[in-house]
Write a new protein. Structure first.
Length: 208
């Protein structure tokens, strides 16, 4: 759990508490399993709870309090904002936690792979589908597609019920591949103007 700026998509630049759940249904998070995972390109460490800001909480109220304690935005006019991410947050996010976080005054966002339904009460739904998995959550506020993924059908994805449609270049440790992926994302937006480019600005400016 940490306080930072949202780096991607329609909410980029917005101050937020990020609550990253351990565990995912598309990859174990262990490098030895990456080659056989449905999602092979994940760039997030979501294994364990012993990192900075990590922990286990006895109940929803305790976690909601920890989120409120992590928030550093003071008492201004902007509503406090929390992003539940992972891993895959729908494996753990439930109505009790949603109610407890709302009781702390927060607006709730989720970043999900869309393979499970998002619980009622989430204020902002961002779905990032992974080719090879079944997409269950087919509506929301933001659809963010990492490119390139072999077999993707952006035309079909563009017919889903979302307010914003983004493509984001797949990150890669190889600078040549990284540059190529960015060009694919840019060209996609030029060819299909329904889609907008999402840049991982937090990586550009060196924030978590």
């Amino acid at each position: 759990m940490f306080y930072t700026l949202q780096g991607e998509g329609a909410q980029a630049g917005r101050a937020a508490v990020f609550c990253r759940f351990a565990g995912c249904n598309l990859w174990t998070g262990r490098e030895e399993d990456r080659a056989t995972a449905v999602c092979k390109f994940c760039d997030t460490d979501f294994v364990g709870t012993d990192g900075v800001g990590g922990g286990k909480f006895k109940d929803a109220v305790a976690l909601a309090q920890a989120i409120a304690d992590t928030y550093q935005g003071g008492l201004g006019t902007a509503k406090p904002y929390v992003v539940f991410t992972g891993g895959e947050p729908t494996l753990q996010l439930d109505s009790a936690l949603i109610d407890a976080v709302h009781a702390q005054g927060f607006e709730i966002a989720i970043e999900t792979n869309g393979t499970l339904p998002v619980p009622e009460g989430v204020d902002w739904i961002c779905v990032s589908p992974k080719f090879g998995s079944e997409l269950v959550q087919t509506n929301g506020h933001e659809l963010k597609v990492v490119v390139p993924q072999l077999g993707q059908d952006l035309n079909a994805l563009g017919r889903l019920q979302f307010e914003h449609y983004f493509v984001q270049a797949m990150d890669d440790s190889d600078p040549v591949k990284k540059s190529r992926n960015l060009q694919v994302a840019i060209q996609t937006c030029l060819n299909k103007p329904q889609w907008r480019l999402s840049v991982q600005t937090h990586k550009v400016i060196g924030m978590p």
